[in-house]
Design a protein around this ligand. Structure first.
Ligand SMILES: Nc1nc2c(ncn2[C@@H]2O[C@H](COP(=O)(O)OP(=O)(O)OP(=O)(O)O)[C@@H](O)[C@H]2O)c(=O)[nH]1
Ligand SMILES: [Mg+2]
Length: 388
């Protein structure tokens, strides 16, 4: 005999029990889904991700091969250089930047340093990985040094009102075309390069630094020593490309700077380059900056200039590195232009330098072109593009 089981309970008591069980099951499912969703939002790897990734094996990241040291061009006799400056390359980088850093090192070594043997100083806010150290030291025949930045010189300082800073970052990230609008590490980096890079112990025994970023290109041979050029010609700061800073990242930087210099006019150099920064004697800012991913400079200027250090302290106390997004390029630009004799600022206009979208090519009459040691396409140069 077939047993008939009704789909729904027939008595009232059973019906109530049925409804209760259903509700309980439904609530449990909702709770479970909410837990998974919450864990995805608040944890780096949520419950769902963990379960899925236990079934799907992640592609293995190949370790970088550093077994073949950078191959130098050994054709012909190697030149030797009897004179050297007390100088170093300086690279701030994350461990994850290692490939871009090696690319840049090959450019610098190949175009200039292979026979000059200036050392490299690497800085990071975290300990450098073994891979970073092995690969970068294999990319040069020079000495390499690795330093970790003290935490208090890197992280957002306590006097910054985090609520105000968060609001400002959120507002900035809604503006189109502002890079790193929401990034705190980027702001840490800008503040570090404004007020702390020259205080690092590894740089104390050097006089000159040449800043090198990941993924840069030098498209012509560098046929003389720019450190010695600065030294022999009594220059303190060298740049390649000059770019205007965006308004959105620095709405109050100029007024805050003028507040400082109006109160402390003694720091202004009588032969300064104010006209680079302002065309109306300081009322408004041209927004012109030296593009600081390339810099060759005298560390003594930063270390010993009371004006520079007091100016940085003034800006830092105003909080604009975090409430806005003041960069080291506008900060260095204003400082160098107002604190230094303008004859101490040098434009390396004979360098072929490229980073991200911008490039400087030397004038086509530069000897390196004739010698076939240049791959720079002059019509791509910023100077030519902007004139057009
Ligand atoms: N250690 C460390 N280095 C950083 C960090 N952020 C940026 N840097 C380094 O600081 C330098 C400037 O950073 P970038 O991201 O290139 O900034 P940028 O030059 O303004 O921007 P791009 O035009 O995109 O190159 C590079 O050498 C980076 O490797 C960070 O959080 N930690
Ligand atoms: Mg960069």
């Amino acid at each position: 005999m077939a047993i008939y089981t009704p789909l729904f309970p027939t008595s009232t008591a059973r019906w109530k029990q049925f409804v209760l069980t259903r509700r309980f099951t439904f609530a449990s499912v909702i709770l479970f889904i909410s837990l998974i969703l919450l864990s995805e939002v608040f944890l780096e790897r949520g419950l769902g991700t963990r379960v899925i990734s236990s079934f799907v094996s992640e592609p293995k990241k190949e370790p970088l091969s550093c077994s073949n040291p950078f191959e130098f061009d050994h054709h012909g006799p190697r030149p030797t250089y009897p004179r050297k400056a007390n100088a170093t390359f300086l690279t701030l980088a994350r461990n994850s930047d290692v490939e871009g850093v090696i690319h840049s090192m090959k450019q610098v070594e190949g175009r200039f340093n292979k026979d000059r043997h200036y050392p490299w100083v690497f800085l990071n806010d975290k300990p450098f990985s073994e891979e970073f150290i092995a690969c970068t030291s294999a990319a040069t025949a020079s000495r390499t040094y690795y330093g970790q930045i003290p935490r208090e010189q890197w992280v957002q300082p306590d006097f910054i009102d985090e609520e105000k800073a968060t609001k400002a970052r959120k507002a900035m990230s809604k503006i189109r075309g502002v890079y790193y609008a929401d990034s705190v590490p980027y702001r840490n980096m800008c503040r570090f390069y404004s007020g702390f890079f020259y205080k690092q112990p590894l740089l104390q025994n050097f006089k000159y630094y040449w800043r090198v970023e990941p993924d840069i290109n030098y498209r012509c041979e560098i046929e003389y020593d720019p450190f010695l050029y600065l030294q022999d010609n009594n220059k303190s700061y060298g740049f390649t490309i000059s770019v205007p800073e965006q308004y959105e990242t620095t709405p109050t930087l100029w007024d805050t700077s003028m507040e400082f210099f109006n109160k402390n006019p003694r720091y202004l150099d009588p032969n300064n380059a104010m006209r680079f920064a302002s065309k109306d004697g300081g009322k408004t800012w041209t927004r012109c900056t030296y593009w600081t991913n390339f810099e060759i400079g005298d560390l003594d200027f930063f270390r010993e200039s009371e004006g520079y250090n007091k100016y940085f302290e003034h800006l830092d106390a105003a909080g604009g590195f975090y409430y806005e997004r003041w960069g080291d390029a506008p900060m260095h630009g204003i400082a160098v232009s107002l604190l230094l004799d303008r004859d101490r600022i040098h434009h390396f206009d004979d360098f072929a330098y490229e980073h991200t979208a911008w490039e400087q090519c030397p004038d086509p009459s530069t000897p390196a072109y004739e010698r076939g040691r240049c791959t720079c396409d002059y019509k791509n140069s910023m100077a030519v593009k902007w004139k057009r």
